[in-house]
Ligand binder design. Structure first.
Ligand SMILES: [Zn+2]
Length: 253
């Protein structure tokens, strides 16, 4: 009989703090609120500017609501949830929810936004196949894979004037100032930031997606959101000195 060795994942390093502007790029309304918004609240408290870019309006997210009726509801919920954590700029690319295609068009759209916003930090969501590192982990969605991957790529595309010369012709000069791409919800997180200052607003921020959450669960929305976000932050804290935290996999550039 072989002895099973439990592997403890390494401690998470603190996220870099020496930056002014971030751009968060995700597929759907609620992607940032499922864990990341507490970190964003903390960062905007410190005077940093954070803008959101969403590839879709999440119009395929509620079974009982036709996409045409769903899009404006989810857009409004996203704007409200952003405002709770100090984010005023929320933009939508209008790719189709559920069938976002990874490719040059998506990379160009994200690169254009990076050139406009000039962030040092770009944030996105898990671009890998599953949500947990071991075999048989919950399967991720193709939209998250497409947007996460295109965002990692676009951070470099934005700085190269020859990759999308049409953007330069539109007056969007190259921006080679992205220093990191931080992937939230990664299976292999490396860094973290304390969730303590922002957790209550993170909870309030996810609660703004009320139509979505009410369609998702029979549990009381506030109870569901509080349990979910507190649970993740606490488990992340096990690798961050016992401080409830939001984890990221940090790709330095
Ligand atoms: Zn999503």
């Amino acid at each position: 009989m072989s002895e099973k060795i439990e592997q403890t994942p390494p401690a998470l390093e603190p996220m870099p703090e020496d930056w002014r502007r971030a751009l968060a790029v995700v597929a759907h309304p609620d992607d940032l609120e499922y864990g990341c918004a507490a970190a964003i609240a903390h960062w905007t408290d410190g005077g940093r500017e954070v803008a959101y870019l969403l590839a879709t309006r999440g119009e395929a997210g509620i079974d009982t609501l036709d996409p045409a009726a769903c899009a404006p509801v989810r857009e409004a919920e996203q704007r409200a949830s952003a405002a709770v954590v100090g984010v005023e700029t929320v933009e939508f690319l209008d790719h189709r929810d559920g069938v976002i295609e990874y490719g040059i068009g998506l990379r160009r759209d994200i690169a254009a936004a990076i050139r406009r916003h000039k962030p040092e930090l770009v944030i996105t969501l898990n671009h890998r196949d599953t949500w947990s590192p071991g075999p048989g982990g919950p399967w991720n969605t193709p939209d998250h894979l497409a947007v996460g991957r295109a965002t990692l790529d676009a951070a470099a595309d934005a700085g190269n004037r020859w990759i999308f010369p049409e953007l330069t012709e539109q007056g969007l000069e190259p921006w080679d100032g992205v220093r990191w791409v931080a992937v939230a919800g990664s299976t292999t997180s490396t860094h973290a930031v304390s969730a303590e200052p922002g957790l209550e607003r993170g909870i309030e921020s996810l609660l703004c997606h009320r139509a979505y959450i009410e369609a998702l669960t029979d549990q009381d929305p506030e109870e569901y959101v509080r349990e979910f976000l507190t649970g993740i932050a606490t488990r992340t804290g096990d690798r961050f000195g016992g401080v409830p935290a939001v984890a990221f996999e940090l790709f330095a550039r």
